[in-house]
Write a protein that binds this ligand. Structure first.
Ligand code: SF4
Length: 172
């Protein structure tokens, strides 16, 4: 089986993603979320990712948290609406982290749980992944993926956040 690094944005999105991917790949989880604000929220989501790793008996790699670097990367796009250019840069930031780790640690491929969200454009994510290389193009919202992830999150009692992640996505 090929070794696949799965970038995990949050535990709820990873549930169905893991179930799909582990049919064909040897999956390792990679939690990377320097976009998440504040730090307490990041810790909360990381803890849930740890829970998921235990549930599915998978290795979890915890990337370092550097919100200042993420802010620098998206500079000038702070006022963009959700789904706009800031989000594309945000995907690029996290996907690059996963690609670099995958390359350095001998993974055949990497992909991301981000495509499961109905709010995220999978084609945009694919085009970023393609440029980075080693990217598995799989649209996890297919096969009713999002609904299934909601069901599985409830089953496992996972915390489900009510905003995407960065300070600009916090609903007033
Ligand atoms: S709204 Fe979500 S995807 Fe967009 S920049 Fe913020 S954290 Fe990233």
């Amino acid at each position: 089986m090929k070794k696949l690094l799965l970038h995990v944005c949050c535990a709820p999105c990873s549930t169905h993603s893991i179930e799909e991917l582990k049919k064909d790949y040897k999956v390792t989880l990679f939690f990377s979320g320097s976009n998440i604000y504040p730090k307490e929220e990041y810790e909360k989501r990381l803890n849930e990712a740890r829970k998921i790793a235990k549930i599915y008996d998978l290795e979890l790699v915890e990337d370092s948290y550097n919100h200042a670097a993420w802010r620098e990367f998206i500079k000038g796009l702070e006022a963009e609406p959700e789904g706009g250019r800031r989000c594309e840069k945000c995907f690029e930031f996290n996907l690059k982290r996963a690609r670099d780790y995958a390359e350095e640690h001998g993974f055949d491929l990497f992909t991301t749980t981000l495509t499961i969200s109905p709010h995220k454009n999978s084609q945009k994510i694919f085009s970023i992944g393609r440029k980075l290389g080693r990217f598995l193009e799989i649209d996890l919202k297919k096969k009713d993926g999002f609904r299934r992830s909601v069901e599985l999150s409830k089953k496992h009692g996972l915390y489900r956040q009510n905003y995407c992640g960065c300070e600009f996505s916090i609903r007033k």
